[in-house]
Design a protein around this ligand. Structure first.
Ligand code: TXA
Ligand code: MG
Length: 330
C-alpha cells in the first residue's frame, strides 16, 4: 500500500459504489494496510484493519487526530465482538438487542485481543459496534477482522453523511471511498459503558437514551474523576466554520436561519431541519444542512430543539459546534 506522503501527492481517492466487486476491492485495500471510507447508518467511517498498527497510524495522520483519542472497532456481529472484549450479562443483552445498530459499547479488552494498542490509545478498554449497513458488514466479513473506523472527517470538523462530504474533507489522503448513499440516521452512535452498578452514557447519539434505559435502568453521566470517559468528547468538536447561535427564534442581520418545525410568522428560514418537527428527520439533516449554510454564511442562527429523544444528541452536537466558534474568537 502507499505511504502517507504518496497518498497526499496522488490526487483524489477512487470512489466506487457498493456492488460486490467494489466491496471485494475495499476488503483487499484494507488487508493491504490501506484506508477506505465506508458507509454506516450513522456517519461515514474511515476504516482500516484494527490489528495493523501502521494502518491505524495512518488514520490518525489523515484525520489530524490526536493519538490519545481511541477509535471505535467495527465488528460483523456479537460473536466477533466477544472475541475482542469481556461481555458482562448486561453488555451481552445490549449487543443482542441493538446490534447491528447505532450503539457503541465500551468494554474491558479480552486477554489476547488482537486489536492494536494504537487503536485503543493504550486503554484497557475497547469501543465496539456492529454497524447497520449491509455494504460495511460485508466488508468486515470479507476482511475477517475488526475495522477501526472513526468518522471520516478531518478532526474537529463536521461528520460526513454522504460520500461527497468524505471526498471534500479527506479525498486526497485516503485510498478508496465506498459510496453507500446518504447515512440514514445522520448522527454518530450512542456510546455506553455498562458497569457493575448500571451503565454510563459517554456520548449521546443516534440511539435515544430511553431505548437503552429499558435494559440498563437510568444511565449515569460520566464521572470525570473516575477513569471511564470518552477521550474524544472534547468540547471542540463537530464544528462548522461559521459562528453558531442556538435557541434563536429569528435570524439577525447577516445570519442564516436553520429552522426546526413550522417557522415563526414572517420568518423565512434558509433551511429547515424538519418542517414537521420530527427529530429523526432533523438528525439525518443536521450535518449536511450545517455544511450547506457554512458555505454561504459566516453566522448561523439555529431554532430551539427539544431535549427529548434524539434531541439530546442533536443539542449536544450543536452546543459543541457553538462552543468551538466562541473559542475561535478568543
Ligand atoms: O457512529 C459512530 O460512532 C461513527 C461510525 C463511523 O461508527 N464513529 C465515530 O467515531 O463517531 P469517532 O472516532 O469520531 O468517535 C469515537 C468516540 C470518541 O469520542 C472516543 O474517545 C470514544 O469513541 N471511544 C472509543 N474507544 C473508547 C474507549 N475504549 N473508551 C472510551 N471512549 C472510547
Ligand atoms: Mg468523530
Amino acid at each position: 500500500m502507499t505511504s502517507d506522503s504518496e497518498k497526499t501527492s496522488r490526487g483524489p481517492a477512487r470512489v466506487l459504489g457498493a456492488d460486490p466487486a467494489a466491496l471485494a476491492e475495499a476488503a483487499r485495500v484494507i488487508l493491504a494496510g490501506g484506508l477506505v471510507a465506508v458507509p454506516t447508518e450513522t456517519v461515514y467511517g474511515l476504516a482500516a484493519d484494527a490489528t495493523n498498527g501502521a494502518a491505524i497510524a495512518s488514520i490518525y495522520t489523515a484525520k489530524g487526530r490526536p493519538s490519545f483519542n481511541p477509535l471505535i472497532c467495527h465488528v460483523a456481529d456479537l460473536a466477533m465482538a466477544e472475541s475482542l472484549a469481556h461481555f458482562s450479562p448486561l453488555a451481552r443483552r445490549l449487543g443482542e438487542r441493538f446490534w447491528p445498530g447505532p450503539l457503541t459499547l465500551v468494554l474491558p479488552r479480552a486477554p489476547g485481543c488482537p486489536v492494536h494498542d494504537l487503536a485503543t490509545a493504550g486503554l484497557p478498554s475497547i469501543g465496539l459496534r456492529a454497524p447497520q449497513h449491509i455494504a460495511t458488514l460485508e466488508i468486515i466479513r470479507r476482511v475477517g477482522r475488526p475495522l477501526a473506523a472513526p468518522s471520516a472527517n478531518p478532526s474537529e470538523q463536521l461528520s460526513p453523511t454522504t460520500a461527497a462530504h468524505v471526498a471534500a474533507g479527506l479525498g486526497s489522503r485516503i485510498d478508496l471511498i465506498i459510496d453507500g448513499g446518504r447515512c440514514s440516521a445522520g448522527l454518530e452512535s450512542t456510546i455506553i459503558a455498562p458497569g457493575e452498578d448500571g451503565a454510563v452514557m459517554l456520548r449521546a447519539g443516534a440511539l435515544p437514551r430511553s431505548d437503552i434505559e429499558l435494559l440498563t435502568g437510568p444511565l449515569r453521566s460520566p464521572d470525570h474523576a473516575a477513569d471511564i470517559v470518552a477521550p474524544g468528547m472534547l468540547r471542540r468538536h463537530y464544528a462548522p466554520r461559521a459562528r453558531l447561535r442556538l435557541g434563536a427564534t429569528a435570524p439577525e442581520s447577516g445570519e442564516a436561519f436553520l429552522a426546526f418545525g413550522p417557522p415563526p410568522r414572517g420568518v423565512s428560514p434558509s433551511l429547515n431541519l424538519s418542517i414537521r418537527g420530527d427529530l429523526a428527520e432533523a438528525a439525518s439533516n443536521l450535518f449536511s444542512m450545517l455544511r450547506a449554510l457554512d458555505e454561504s454564511h459566516d453566522a448561523i442562527a439555529v431554532a430551539p430543539i427539544p431535549e427529548s429523544g434524539l434531541g439530546e444528541a442533536l443539542n449536544d452536537r450543536l452546543r459543541r459546534g457553538a462552543a468551538h466558534s466562541r473559542e475561535n474568537e478568543l
